[in-house]
Design a protein around this ligand. Structure first.
Ligand code: ADP
Ligand code: GLC
Length: 484
């Protein structure tokens, strides 16, 4: 099949979160299965010049109301493969620093930037005369694509696009791209799309809702999250639209890149390890403790977190229980950046308790590997979690996750003491429930080394690779491509 994958971020070019991991891995796996897959991302100013991008289309024009926006397209092969990656360039991408915004606020012209990106991606494939069977669009930044294919005054009437189907993947309902309704005619969409069944959302135009309403199939990144978002508490205001689309709504659990995340070969680690001995993991722990200025002691459990410091990830539950947590016989290592309130609270706590908590306020990929390898426990008390990748990385690295039972965490972590357990979980989104779960984990860690060892090995033995998910995506693409 010919599959066009659209994303606003992808490793190794640009990343803020898990979407980049998915966009950097899934298309290549699909390509290795024998499909013709191409990836399109924006050409941000932050992309490292070591990726030598070659000009492909010197000029690409997109109608924006009465005017034309002009950009260009560059390309390269995905590093280590032959998969083409196209970069949509426009001054609002390449002439500034930042992806969605700088520091604390989003760019004011994100509506126009991502409308340009979405439309230019479509004109690009037409220009190349490469007709995709399916366009796989991700998150609100590309949510317009399904609406453009069905309703745009030129695209929807163009025979080139008449058989092109769309899949819209939701990685997070919390980011919706809700903008002023006056973009609707600017984009070239009719006001007919501005209804409750379409992209209207509380008087604004929602790019996320456009994707949900008009895609041939909607996917989210775990089966549990696919159910949760159809209910008011988790639907971020769109549960009605989502339940309306229930027959076409699928939950496919993400995989991970098992080459990049492999404890046996990981070049960022001070020592490598594998089953059955796990020899080397203890060294990773000692080095992590040293690096973080914590007492180096193999007996003290290290609890790690690597995450955006935002409410979604449950940092409020941790902040509220900080005194109790710091009184535990354990060490905490937190890596992340995000909301000022959390950055401040955890930095101060780290300064006050340097033998108990190390807060590393940074975006640091090599350190994230060392943290995941060197910790005993990985804590992820998310309020909601569409999939979550770091708990998967942790299990692959013999680090036992303690998670809240939600979304992809519920679908990937089997909670102790069940048969085949790989971690611990709790239900209620409260500090009390979090502390209780963590205490149960620490109890097994200190009192029952054999059970702990089993937990680690179970997680390491599971297959977290993309194989199963990629096969499900192909089934889905084939299903919609077969429909007229
Ligand atoms: P989300 O996409 O909601 O942020 P995921 O668990 O799906 O959550 O993916 C997060 C990704 O971002 C993981 O690859 C994780 O290692 C990475 N990450 C998050 N914060 C940092 C950080 N401060 N430094 C390095 N990597 C980070
Ligand atoms: C989002 C979600 C996360 C998911 C990632 C990749 O950012 O918050 O749970 O793992 O996308 O799908």
């Amino acid at each position: 099949m010919r599959i066009l994958f659209l994303s606003s971020e992808a490793v190794p070019f640009v990343k803020t979160g898990g979407l980049a991991d998915v966009a950097g891995a899934l298309p290549r796996v699909l390509q290795q299965m024998g499909h013709d897959v191409r990836l399109v991302i924006p050409r941000y100013g932050d992309i490292d010049p070591r990726f030598r991008l070659l000009p492909l289309m010197p000029e690409i024009k997109v109608r924006w109301g009465e005017e034309y926006l002009t950009g260009s397209v560059l390309r390269c092969d995905y590093p280590g493969s032959r998969m083409p990656v196209y970069f949509i360039d426009e001054p609002s991408f390449s002439w500034r620093k930042g992806i969605y915004g700088t520091g604390k606020s989003d760019f004011a012209d994100n509506d126009r930037r991502f409308a340009f990106f979405s439309m230019a991606a479509l004109w690009l494939v037409k220009g190349l005369d490469w007709q995709p069977d399916v366009i796989h669009a991700n998150d609100w930044q590309t949510g317009l694509v399904p609406a453009l294919l069905k309703h745009h005054h030129e695209i929807a009437r163009d025979p080139f696009f008449s058989n092109v189907k769309s899949v819209f993947a939701i990685h997070n309902m919390a980011y919706q791209g809700n903008v002023d309704k006056f973009v609707v005619p600017q984009i070239g969409l009719p006001w007919d799309v501005f209804t409750q069944d379409g992209m209207e959302f509380y008087g604004r135009a929602s790019y996320l809702k456009a994707g949900i309403a008009y895609a041939d199939a909607v996917v989210t990144v775990s089966p549990t999250y696919a159910q949760e978002i159809q209910h008011e508490e988790m639907g971020a205001g769109m549960h009605g639209t989502l339940s309306h689309r229930a027959p076409d709504l699928h939950g496919i659990l993400n995989g991970i890149d098992t080459t990049e995340w492999n404890p046996e070969t990981d070049p960022t680690l001070p020592a490598r390890f594998a089953e059955p001995t796990l020899q080397g993991k203890a060294n990773c722990k000692a080095e992590l403790q040293k690096l973080c200025g914590l007492p180096v002691d193999p007996k003290i459990p290290v609890i790690g977190m690597a995450s955006r410091l935002v409410a979604q990830k449950g940092f409020k539950l941790i902040a509220d229980a900080l005194d109790e947590l710091l009184a535990l016989d354990a060490q905490f290592v937190i890596l992340g950046t995000g909301d000022e309130e959390f950055e401040k609270a955890f930095t101060e706590a780290g300064e006050a308790h340097p033998t108990r908590l190390h807060m590393r306020l940074a975006y640091d990929v090599p350190f994230s590997h060392r943290l995941i390898a060197g910790s005993d426990i990985f804590l992820m008390p998310s309020l909601f979690e569409p999939c979550g990748l770091t708990q998967l990385y942790s299990m692959r690295y013999g680090t036992v996750p303690v998670v809240r039972h939600t979304g992809g965490l519920a679908d990937s972590v089997t909670a102790y003491p069940a048969e085949g357990a790989t971690g611990f979980s709790f239900e209620e989104p409260t500090s009390e429930a979090l502390v209780a779960a963590l205490k149960s984990a620490l109890d097994v860690y200190t009192k029952n080394p054999a059970a702990w060892d089993k937990l680690r090995r179970e997680g390491m033995r599971r297959d977290w690779s993309w194989g199963a998910a990629a096969a499900s995506y192909i089934d889905l693409y084939k299903g919609i491509a077969a429909k007229s």
